[in-house]
Each structure stands twice: as C-alpha cells, then as structure tokens.
Design a binder for this molecule. Structure first.
Ligand code: NAP
Length: 327
C-alpha cells in the first residue's frame, strides 16, 4: 500500500508551496513523456511533470465561485462561520468563498493584517457576506477562549467551525526538537480540539442542531510519506482523522444533527512549504514547481460542497489530490 513499493507515471510531490501561483504551471514541461519511476518523497524536490492545460488563473477560479449561487447554501446565509488560519492559503480561500455565499465569517490568525486586507477586498467586491478579522494565536488557549467569548458577546455564536490552521516544522523523530513537535501538536491537534469543543458548546447553548465542524486534514492523515521531515506532522494529521470520526460519534451520542467532516488534500500551493523549509526557500519553491498542484480555491470548493449537502447527508472525508500526485 505504501509508495516505496509503488510505481508511478508522473512524479508528484508534497503538500505545500507559495500562495497563488498558477503562473509557473506551463513553464516546466518535459520534452518527452516521463519514464516510469518510483515516487519521490513528499515535500521535497520532484523531478518530472506532465503537460497540462491550465483552465484559469486563481482569480478566475475565485470569480467562478463568486458568481455561483450554490444550491443548498441558502440556509447558511447570515449565519456565522469561524475559519481558523484565515490569513493566507486555504483558510483565506475558504473565508472568501463563505463571504461570497453570504455568511458572516470570523477569520482568525496571528497575522490579522492579511485578514483585514481580505475583508476590504470582499467588501469592495460587493460580496453579500462579511469577514470579521480576529487576531488569535491558536497555540494559546486563553486567546482561543477570548475569541469565542467575543464571538458570543458580539455575534451570538458559531454555527460552522472550519478548523483550518495548521503547520509543519522539519523536526524528525530521531533528532527533531521537542519545541518543533510541541508547536505542531499545539496548533494541529490541541487548538483544533479546543475550537471544536467551544464551537459545539456555542451551538448547544443556542439550540443550534444543524451546525457543522469541518477539519482541514491532509492526505498525510491517511498514509505516512517516506520523508522524515513530515513524520511528526503526519502523526498530527492522523490524529485529525481520529478526532473527526470520534467527533461524529459523540455528536450522534449527544442526539444532535451537527455534522463532522474532514477534507484531506494532497499538495496545495500555499505558503505551507515555505514555513516548513524556512531555512531553504529553494527546497520550498521546488515543492510546487513540477506538477500542477491543487489551489486553495479547490479546497474551498470542497468546503462549500460539504456545507451545501442536505442536512441528512454527512460527508465524512474528502480525499483530493492533484491528478499528477501518486501517493
Ligand atoms: N498546503 C498543502 O499542501 C496542504 C495539504 C494538505 C493539508 N494542508 C493543511 O491545510 C491547512 C492550511 O494550510 P495552508 O496550506 O493554507 O498553509 P499556510 O498558507 O501556511 O496557512 C496556514 C494558516 O495557519 C495559520 N496558523 C498557523 N499557526 C497559527 C497559530 N499559532 N495561531 C493562529 N493561526 C495559525 C496561519 O496564520 P498566521 O501565521 O498568520 O498565524 C495561516 O493562516 C493546514 O491545516 C495544513 O496542514 C495543507
């Protein structure tokens, strides 16, 4: 089942890379079809790519999202969604997509200036919803609790919680630093769990029975890539797989119709790899250069899809890879 034994046609790569960048996509096509090769490590330098047509820039994808009224999204209009890690990458794309669908979105992160810019962009674009920036360091429980308290006092409470914030540090199991492991655990596992608990309590106290908690997981939550720098990260994402299913069971036991979903992308072009390989920007850039990666907007589309399904439909997990990614 694991890629060491697997033979691939295209050599895919990791999850991560600079935000936005559809512009490089046609610039590195191989002269001839790639040979059959083993898959290279995730989050490292890939060697081959396949020719590919590029249907639209990220902005065009965004405009498509913006002009679509998604059937099933009407019931979420004016309701409140919390999106963690909304300062860039997938979280920013999700926040934008929700505002386009008419929701009130609290977007949180440490770099709140980015969210303020996004809020101004959404406003000037005339989207029907609103984006409310909130500065929060998710590795600090007090910050998280203060945020939920502010949401309660200023906007009633949370109807949808999108646990998106996440990060990776290149700390291996054999010689990595405890602080790097702790950082990953604090944000990817603990903050997600605290936000989930607080979001559920917010729904419960307001008798909200149709809420939704969506965890942005990863394909790394379903298989361990043979790349030492993301083994601990992968473990945190396996935790997200377990937490999402455990949550589904507890919500059912509590006799609610609140739904739990995770979305598990493969490589998405964001700043993720640049933060992982912060001492080697070349390695980070290479992460996204040789296959056509997912875009943050592709993941946002998946979020809109799971929200738009009828209340009796609970999507458990969406695994989505770039078409050229092998594992
Ligand atoms: N990119 C990929 O290939 C990929 C693939 C699969 C899954 N994912 C998952 O997708 C999610 C989003 O990642 P991304 O690719 O969009 O990465 P990104 O561009 O690096 O964005 C990460 C977001 O998380 C926030 N964050 C990190 N630490 C935080 C903290 N202590 N407090 C508050 N916010 C924090 C960041 O905000 P601040 O730094 O401003 O605080 C940022 O908004 C993550 O859970 C990641 O594991 C990514």
């Amino acid at each position: 089942m694991w890629p060491n034994a697997e033979v691939s046609r295209a050599e895919p790569r990791p999850e991560a890379g600079p935000t936005g960048g559809g512009s490089r996509l046609n610039s590195k096509l191989p002269a001839s079809p790639p040979a059959v090769t083993r898959e290279p490590p995730i989050f490292s330098n890939p060697r081959l790519s396949l020719p590919l047509s590029v249907p639209g820039s990220p902005n065009e994808v965004g405009r498509r999202l913006g002009t679509m009224t998604r059937a099933g999204m009407e019931r979420w209009r004016d309701r409140l969604a919390l999106v963690t890690g909304a300062s860039g990458g997938i979280g920013a794309a999700v926040a934008r997509a929700l505002v386009q669908q008419g929701l009130k979105v609290v977007g949180c992160a440490r770099t709140v200036g980015n969210i303020e810019e996004l809020a101004a962009e959404c406003k000037s674009a005339g989207y029907p919803g609103t984006l409310i920036p909130y500065r929060c360091d998710l590795s600090n429980e007090e910050d998280i609790l203060s945020m939920f308290s502010a949401v309660r006092s200023q906007h009633s409470g949370v109807d949808i919680c999108i646990n998106n914030a996440g990060m990776a540090r290149p700390d291996t199991l054999l010689s990595g630093s405890t602080s790097g492991w702790r950082d990953m655990f604090n944000v990817n596992v603990l903050a997600l769990s605290i936000c989930t608990r607080e979001a559920y309590q917010s729904m419960k106290e307001r008798n909200v029975d149709d809420g939704h908690i969506i965890n942005i997981n990863s394909m790394c939550g379903h298989r361990v890539p043979p790349q030492s720098v993301i083994h601990f990260y992968s473990a945190t994402k396996y935790a997200v797989t377990a937490l999402t299913e455990g949550l589904r069971q507890e919500l059912l036991e509590a006799q609610t119709h609140i739904r739990a979903t995770c979305i598990s992308p493969g490589l998405v072009e964001t700043q993720f790899a640049f933060k992982l390989h912060d001492k080697d920007p070349g390695e980070a850039a290479a992460t996204y250069e040789h296959i056509k990666c997912l875009r943050p907007e592709d993941v946002a589309e998946a979020v809109i899809y799971v929200l738009s399904t009828p209340p009796h439909v609970q999507v458990g997990d969406i695994q989505m890879r770039p078409t050229e990614q092998v594992t």
